[in-house]
Ligand binder design. Structure first.
Ligand SMILES: *[C@@H]1O[C@H](CO)[C@@H](O)[C@H](O)[C@H]1NC(C)=O
Ligand SMILES: *[C@@H]1O[C@H](CO)[C@@H](O)[C@H](O)[C@H]1NC(C)=O
Ligand SMILES: *[C@@H]1O[C@H](CO)[C@@H](O)[C@H](O)[C@H]1NC(C)=O
Ligand SMILES: *[C@@H]1O[C@H](CO)[C@@H](O)[C@H](O)[C@H]1NC(C)=O
Ligand SMILES: *[C@@H]1O[C@H](CO)[C@@H](O)[C@H](O)[C@H]1NC(C)=O
Ligand SMILES: *[C@@H]1O[C@H](CO)[C@@H](O)[C@H](O)[C@H]1NC(C)=O
Ligand SMILES: *[C@@H]1O[C@H](CO)[C@@H](O)[C@H](O)[C@H]1NC(C)=O
Ligand SMILES: *[C@@H]1O[C@H](CO)[C@@H](O)[C@H](O)[C@H]1NC(C)=O
Length: 570
């Protein structure tokens, strides 16, 4: 037995090790900690969305839904000598910025600056996430020709400052040649690392009267320096209840999903506003249904159209994949139909749909196999209906599916945690698969994504489509659970389906400034980094990215070699 195990170990170490040392995997793994809150200041890993009910002095009852924002933070060190700051990884914006040490909103600066005209209520604690002092770094260079940096978020915070470059260390990467902003004025206590499309960079969409332009942001610098081969990353949020998730730049990890990985196009819902290429992660959602496993209940007629699978809609709706939002938002009509099917009651008192639920920590109301099913064109993502429940009292729960816009869906963490999402910014497409949970990092099967060839091992969705309907009420014929084309053949040629170049969805969509998303990350030693070593001096265009993975790998393997025989003896 032991001999066999040692053989396996040797196979792993003696055969794989040299390959790992000589190859240069082109992926950059990042692990993050998830936090939920109303703002980053109060966000905590163990928080969940919650409904608070309280009485005002005048007797009116107030209802407040809290912790609707998700954050994924990473620790960065910047400059020489290096200074530590925490930033939020955000797929919904595209610039990296950090708080400058001279920000007048910081409590510490207020005390030393008596003529500040700020109110004490406006002040923020800058200690928690760190600030960057440009005058303390001998490697910082200001970009004299760049316009003033300005960004604002849906949570009302803003940041303004200057552009520059410095050395950056992120996990085991050393990055040079990346432009970032230092905010000398901001009321957000934490900076952001936006990894979205360059079209959304503030130099391109900002209010500055100068000519708009784009520059190479974080994912682009990773590619330019050779650390990754393509402008891609895979987001694995993990179970809702797990504290950590990960982003893999430049690759896909086949161990983290089940079934097929399908590709669908990113659609341009802003084309009506003169935006020529997509700048946010909108896709076409082609249907929603509910499935329940009722086969256990002596229901032997296994025909296709039994009550266990109910199609709610087959209207094509634009859906935003929004990693900064915790809940999921649907048009009112769809919400009503779902509520109807699952027996949820609208509570006029609190303003949400409620269901009875279990009297324990795990809010459950439905059979664990009951899923809200999302169809993206011939393939499904199953999401457990229990994951949408928010406890409001001992035995009742509200449904965390909220109305927002009549023609748009926002898929937040409650959906995203069930999906493995590959963002291909080069080919304007998204890879989607059913996420697999409880995967050991040692079992990772990382494959590099090479630019124009698209996502490896992914297949085009059977009904790959970049059109959507501009009218929710148009059609709800058909069945997402059958393999046949929906309804009769004519319904797929609905006149409300529009080509991607001609539609504006709602006026609310025409603002480009980010409205809600931010995603956060904190570092942790990622075991999968052991599979990633790279050529440290690959540099072009003045930027370079290096890493310490090789060293980490050696430490792990040395420990492993010495400890394993000891462990096997027991
Ligand atoms: C900084 O300045 C250079 C040269 O003027 C410009 O090309 C570059 O895009 C600027 N970077 C940023 C982030 O604005
Ligand atoms: C941040 O500042 C803006 C502009 O002064 C203000 O409107 C907003 O309420 C502030 N937000 C927070 C969270 O302090
Ligand atoms: C921030 O920097 C800009 C550009 O250099 C400058 O105009 C502004 O006065 C500075 N603001 C503060 C609060 O230091
Ligand atoms: C449905 O229930 C049957 C009988 O209890 C069980 O064998 C089957 O695995 C279940 N299927 C799913 C998808 O939960
Ligand atoms: C499952 O079966 C129960 C009773 O057998 C029925 O009331 C319920 O509507 C079924 N659920 C679905 C989604 O078909
Ligand atoms: C979704 O659930 C259904 C029923 O439990 C199952 O047959 C199907 O394979 C699941 N889909 C995926 C993508 O896992
Ligand atoms: C991507 O490129 C690497 C080498 O750079 C190669 O080993 C790998 O097979 C390529 N993958 C695909 C899917 O083309
Ligand atoms: C990264 O930078 C730090 C500090 O400048 C240095 O100590 C370290 O050796 C560098 N790592 C690599 C892989 O270049």
């Amino acid at each position: 037995m032991i001999y066999n195990k040692l053989n396996t170990v040797c196979l792993l170490l003696c055969v794989l090790l040299p390959q790992l040392v000589h190859s240069s995997p082109k992926v950059v793994p990042l692990s993050f900690t998830k936090k939920y809150g109303n703002s980053i200041q109060d966000a905590q890993s163990h928080f969940k969305p919650r409904l608070r009910l309280f009485k005002r002095q005048d007797g009116y009852e107030l209802v407040e839904l809290t912790n609707q924002q998700s954050f994924y933070s990473v620790d960065l060190s910047i400059g020489t000598p290096s200074q530590e700051v925490t930033v939020l990884v955000d797929t919904g914006s595209s610039d990296l910025w950090v708080t400058g040490s001279n920000n007048p909103y910081c409590i510490d600066n207020f005390n030393s600056n008596s003529n500040s005209n700020l109110d004490t209520d406006d002040l923020i604690d800058c200690e928690q996430y760190g600030v960057f002092d440009i005058s303390d770094s001998k490697s910082f260079t200001k970009n004299q020709s760049a316009p003033v940096f300005f960004i604002s978020y849906g949570d009302t915070t803003f940041a303004s400052g200057i552009w520059g470059q410095d050395v950056l260390h992120l996990e085991d990467l050393n990055i040079t040649g990346l432009s970032f902003a230092v905010a000398n004025r901001t009321n957000s206590s934490v900076g952001v690392m936006g990894i979205g499309f360059s079209g959304l960079e503030m130099t391109n969409v900002g209010t500055d009267s100068n000519k708009p332009y784009t520059y190479d942001n974080f994912p682009m610098v990773l590619k330019r320096s050779g650390a990754i081969n393509s402008l891609t990353y895979s987001l694995y949020l993990n179970k809702l209840t797990e504290e950590h998730g990960s982003i893999l730049f430049g690759g896909v990890d086949h161990s983290k999903y089940t079934g097929n990985l399908y590709t669908i196009p990113i659609i341009n819902t802003l084309s009506g506003s003169g935006i020529s290429n997509p700048i946010q992660f909108d896709v076409t959602l082609q249907g929603i249904g509910i499935s329940t496993n009722n086969s256990s209940k002596n229901d032997n007629n296994n025909n296709d159209d039994d009550d266990d699978q109910i199609t709610i809609t087959t209207t094509k709706i634009p859906a935003l994949l929004d990693s900064g939002t915790t809940l999921t938002y649907l048009p009112q009509e769809i919400l009503e139909q779902i509520a109807d099917q699952i027996g949820a009651q609208y509570s006029a008192r609190i303003g949400y749909y409620i269901v009875p639920c279990d009297d324990d920590e795990q809010s459950t109301s439905f059979d664990s196999s009951t899923n809200l099913v999302f169809d993206f064109g011939g393939f499904h993502i199953n999401t457990s209906l229990n994951d949408y429940l928010i406890k409001i009292s001992r035995t009742s729960c509200m449904i965390g599916l909220l109305p927002y816009d009549s023609n748009k869906v926002i898929l937040g963490d409650t959906f995203l945690s069930h999906a493995y999402v590959v963002y291909d910014l080069e080919n304007y497409q998204i890879g989607l698969a059913q996420a697999k949970f409880d995967v050991d990092d040692d079992d990772s099967q990382i494959e590099i994504i090479n630019g124009t060839s698209g996502i490896p091992s992914a297949t085009k969705a059977p009904r790959y489509s970049s059109t959507w309907s501009s009218n929710m009420r148009s059609t709800s014929l058909g069945n997402i659970f059958t393999n046949l084309p929906y309804g009769n053949p004519m319904s797929s040629l609905n006149s409300n389906d529009v080509a991607l170049t001609t539609t504006t969805i709602t006026s609310g969509d025409t603002t480009i400034v980010r409205t809600s998303s931010r995603l956060t990350t904190t570092t942790s030693t990622s075991r999968s980094s052991a599979t990633s070593t790279r050529n440290a001096n690959n540099s072009s265009n003045g930027s370079s990215v290096m890493n310490n993975n090789l060293r980490t790998y050696f430490i792990y393997s040395i420990l492993f070699i010495f400890l394993l025989p000891t462990l096997l003896m027991f």
